[in-house]
Ligand binder design. Structure first.
Ligand code: AHR
Length: 321
């Protein structure tokens, strides 16, 4: 550049302005992400929280993390507080599907983009969020159903199933039930004789399974648990009732966390359908894309598989959660 009196004067003015501004204003502003987590109800959830925290650190994103302890009202409070703090992006995993319209409208009015992770919301207005990333829970239920149909294809008599549902009103509980029923209804020998929530926790899974065993005992052929933690709790109840898990009662669950692999290797769980909690890196790159003005797909589906007990020992060393 040619140095004229005018360019020199401009350069000197810019330099003296820089000296007057605080260093923080000159440095690039960090993106601030407000994240409202469901709680810490399961091994899956712990791995999901860890994935989000470590990915935020790695991406240089400032994370405001809030644990809702499985309560929708706490999530709504957290989202309102993120709005008041004027964060750049809000992300959350909704504990239940419905009841989000009002708070999502408040975020939209404040021009704060919202990303849904893991679980979706039930709304007619999909302009209330930018993108939903996570598993296809209906398909997970179908995978569980298909595995059972294949396993029992030569069984002549009735197959009595007890079901441990996830949190009432949550997307995974609704969808996993739906997908499983869609598959087993093709053969009337499959009967769900009892179905109750175990709230995705080990303690509740054990408690409800104890009640199932008390009511139906040896009549139960299959346990379908909407997550591994409830299955692990139920395994304890089955053993305490003097029965052999995975032999006297076939056990199917969802998540494929390390605890499930340990149970499969010990011969106590027949199969676990994969549901990946490792959503952190994907979320951080979405947050950066939003800030850069890039368009995101409305739905990003996680690719997953299914692990029967026969492959557990071989797969276990590769598992990350
Ligand atoms: O939303 C995902 C589900 O929530 C997981 O399957 C379960 O373990 C968790 O609590």
């Amino acid at each position: 550049m040619k140095l004229t009196r005018r360019t020199l004067t401009l350069a000197m003015a810019a330099a003296s302005l820089g000296a007057l501004l605080p260093a923080t204003a000159l440095a690039q502003k960090k993106i601030v992400l407000g994240f409202s987590q469901v709680g810490a109800e399961s091994e899956w959830r712990t791995a999901n929280t860890e994935s989000i925290k470590s990915a935020a650190k790695e991406a240089g994103i400032e994370l405001k993390f809030s644990d809702a302890q499985q309560k929708q009202e706490n999530q709504i409070k957290a989202i309102r507080s993120f709005i008041a703090q004027k964060v750049d992006v809000i992300a959350f995993s909704p504990v239940v599907e419905s009841g989000w319209e009002t708070v999502l409208r408040e975020a939209k009015a404040a021009k704060i983009p919202v990303v849904l992770t893991d679980r979706s919301v039930n709304t007619k207005d999909d302009s209330l969020y930018v993108s939903f990333m996570g598993s296809d829970f209906v398909e997970e239920g179908r995978k569980a159903g298909r595995w059972l149909v294949e396993k029992m294809k030569d069984q002549k008599g009735e197959v009595n199933i007890v079901e441990l549902q996830g949190t009432v009103g949550s997307a995974p509980a609704i969808d996993r039930k739906k997908g499983f029923e869609e598959i087993i209804k093709a053969d009337p020998k499959f009967k769900i004789i009892r179905s109750q929530t175990g709230d995705f926790t080990r303690a509740k899974g054990k408690e409800v399974m104890e009640a199932f065993l008390k009511a139906d005992g040896k009549k139960i052929n299959v346990l379908y648990a909407h997550n591994d933690d409830m299955a692990i709790g139920a395994i304890q109840a089955i053993e305490e009732a003097g029965l052999k898990p995975a032999k006297d009662i076939t056990i199917i669950s969802i998540d494929a966390v390390k605890g499930a692999f340990e149970a499969m290797i010990a011969g106590k769980l027949n199969v676990s359908v994969e549901c990946s909690p490792l959503l952190g890196p994907q979320l951080m790159s979405a947050v950066k894309d939003i800030k850069a003005g890039k368009a995101l797909p409305k739905r990003i589906v996680t690719e997953e598989t299914i692990f029967p007990m026969e492959v557990a020992a071989k797969e276990f060393p590769k598992r990350k959660y």
